[in-house]
Design a protein around this ligand. Structure first.
Ligand SMILES: Cc1cc2nc3c(=O)[nH]c(=O)nc-3n(C[C@H](O)[C@H](O)[C@H](O)COP(=O)(O)OP(=O)(O)OC[C@H]3O[C@@H](n4cnc5c(N)ncnc54)[C@H](O)[C@@H]3O)c2cc1C
Length: 492
């Protein structure tokens, strides 16, 4: 049935008519009950209704939709699977949402050259499936069965295996992009490190503010000869943190080192039933991959380090089924927290790995000060923390206190020499923290980069930058540039 628009007025009506012509009426949603699906991403604390959600079926349709928005001067937001945790895909109220979920084709596979080309709506897992069993795509967010490659590119997503293999940015070699004025361009290509400025690098991690990726060329890796996985249990995160530092300092490069604390173990065990000992202070999941003989020897070293650091319970996966169970338990940690707490904020801070024990202790102290439960489940090898701050949104003021506590945890990360985000992006959630990391001159440089892609400011406005600014507007008192005075340049 063709929905009749309920909230559209004026020039938006003309724009919607044009969008319907481009994608077909059935892929252009304007009813409130249809739009509610898209009002938030994984950060449920923020929501907004777009005037229209449009689901193009080809890159050409994306291009026409963006051009239509540019002509109408209407802001738009790109959305992949909506699993982001920083509000990056939060719609602009009464703007346009461009959803890539129909762009799901694997366009080409060239295993001889370790390249795959996909549309942006392809899920992360589908890339590895497309090249299995001899190859795989290493960056593996825990949301990998749902999150899209377009979203991964925009967030420069990480995952458990990024400690050894690197992040999304290390695997994207080319992008086809629709710029905010509707122009279709290609950044990079099949080869690595093309000459010229690294505009591809600028686009990866730009959180939907520079354009929409419509085609992604990815590098894939040969599957390792062997994989060995263990889970070691400790009395405290402090002891497990010491083990992480010692493993890495010994020269072993695990495929993954993941940690869960007592609360996270309890939540995950209730969901995955892996037989984990509820009540233990920390679980460390360590995976080694590579040549069989090297793995065997190094694995023994890792077991010895865990025992030396206080683990009296080291479980080695006996087969692939048990390995999958270990991973299921780790990857269940975020959703499983819903069993223990009605609401929670997922924080995403980074610290130098050696500071793990100190910062985890600081988080405990803060949790006690606020009288709130904070669970920790994270990529320990990268020092990428994910404190989950639990609260009950039905209690007056609790959400605000949880947000304040999340902010203080980020402050602790910064004090330890870290960062306000490791992989979830700034989005709308962290933009207020940007000035803690970047000075006015840095933010101004970011703004100029953004403006060079999107002078009209229509792509995902209100995200990343702490204070919305128009292109050409400089902070502080306006001073005319000598080139302007000479009539050789103008602000736009
Ligand atoms: C349970 C759970 C576990 C998670 N674990 C991890 C993890 O381990 N590592 C990690 O990094 N993240 C993790 N995430 C966060 C999230 O899954 C990632 O950020 C993911 O990359 C988002 O992909 P998406 O398709 O859902 O993007 P969306 O949420 O739809 O969008 C994210 C951003 O990308 C932009 N965007 C989307 N598509 C495009 C495009 N084609 N071109 C340009 N911009 C685009 C949007 O505008 C938005 O700014 C987790 C999330 C959940 C819910």
């Amino acid at each position: 049935m063709v929905p009749s628009p309920t909230r559209i007025v004026g020039s938006m009506e003309t724009l919607v008519a044009r969008l319907r012509e481009i994608v077909g009426v059935q892929w252009c949603y304007t009813h409130e009950h249809q739009l509610r699906t898209y009002e938030s991403d994984g950060l449920l604390q923020y929501s907004a209704l777009p005037a229209v959600a449009v689901l193009p079926g080809t890159a050409e349709q994306v291009q026409k939709c963006v051009k239509a928005c540019a002509d109408a001067g209407v802001p738009w937001v790109a959305r992949g699977s909506g699993s982001g945790l920083s509000g990056g895909a939060l719609p602009v109220a009464d703007g346009v949402l461009i959803v890539t979920s129909r762009l799901k084709r694997v366009l080409s596979i060239d295993l001889a050259n370790q390249r795959v080309c996909v549309e942006p709506g392809v899920t992360n897992t589908a890339v590895s499936s497309a090249v299995a069993p001899d190859f795989f795509y290493p960056p593996d967010p825990s949301s990998q069965i749902v999150c899209s490659i377009g979203g991964n590119v925009a967030e420069n997503s990480g995952g458990a295996h990024c400690f050894k293999y690197g992040f999304t940015t290390n695997y994207v070699c080319g992008l086809e992009v629709v710029l905010p004025d509707g122009e279709l361009i290609t950044l990079g290509g099949q080869e690595l490190d093309p000459p010229g400025y690294d505009l591809l690098g600028a686009f990866v991690g730009s959180e939907g503010t520079l354009g929409i990726a419509t085609k992604v060329w990815l590098r894939v890796m040969p599957a390792p000869e062997t994989v060995k996985t263990l889970v070691a249990f400790f009395d405290s995160t402090h002891a497990a943190g010491e083990a992480v530092s010692e493993i890495v300092q010994s020269g072993v490069v695990p495929g993954a080192i993941e940690m869960m604390d007592r609360v996270a173990i309890e939540a995950s065990e209730a969901m995955a039933h892996a037989g984990y000992p509820v009540g233990r202070g920390a679980a460390l999941l360590v995976e080694l991959d590579g040549a069989e003989r090297e793995c065997e020897t190094r694995f023994e070293e890792v077991v010895a380090v865990c025992e030396r650091c206080g683990s009296d319970d080291v479980r080695v996966a006996r087969d692939e089924a048990e390995r999958q169970l270990f991973w299921k338990t780790r990857k269940a940690a975020f959703p499983a927290m819903g069993r223990l707490s009605p609401n929670y904020f997922v924080q995403d801070g980074v610290i130098p790995r050696t500071k793990l024990p100190d910062v985890l202790e600081a988080i405990d102290v803060l949790a006690e000060e606020y009288g709130m439960v904070v669970a920790n489940v994270f990529h320990a090898g990268d020092g990428n923390l994910h404190p989950l701050v639990c609260f009950d949104g039905r209690n007056e003021g609790e959400a605000e206190r949880a947000e304040e506590l999340s902010g203080r945890i980020l402050d602790a990360c910064l004090e330890a020499g870290g960062s306000i985000t490791g992989e979830h992006g700034v989005g709308v959630d962290k933009k207020k923290h940007m000035p803690k990391m970047f000075g006015e001159a840095d933010l101004d440089a970011f703004q100029r980069l953004r403006c060079s892609f999107d002078p009209a400011g229509l792509a995902n406005p209100g995200k990343v930058m702490p204070t919305p600014r128009l292109c050409g507007e400089v902070p502080g008192i306006y001073r005319q540039h000598p080139l302007e005075a000479a009539g050789l340049a103008e602000r736009f």
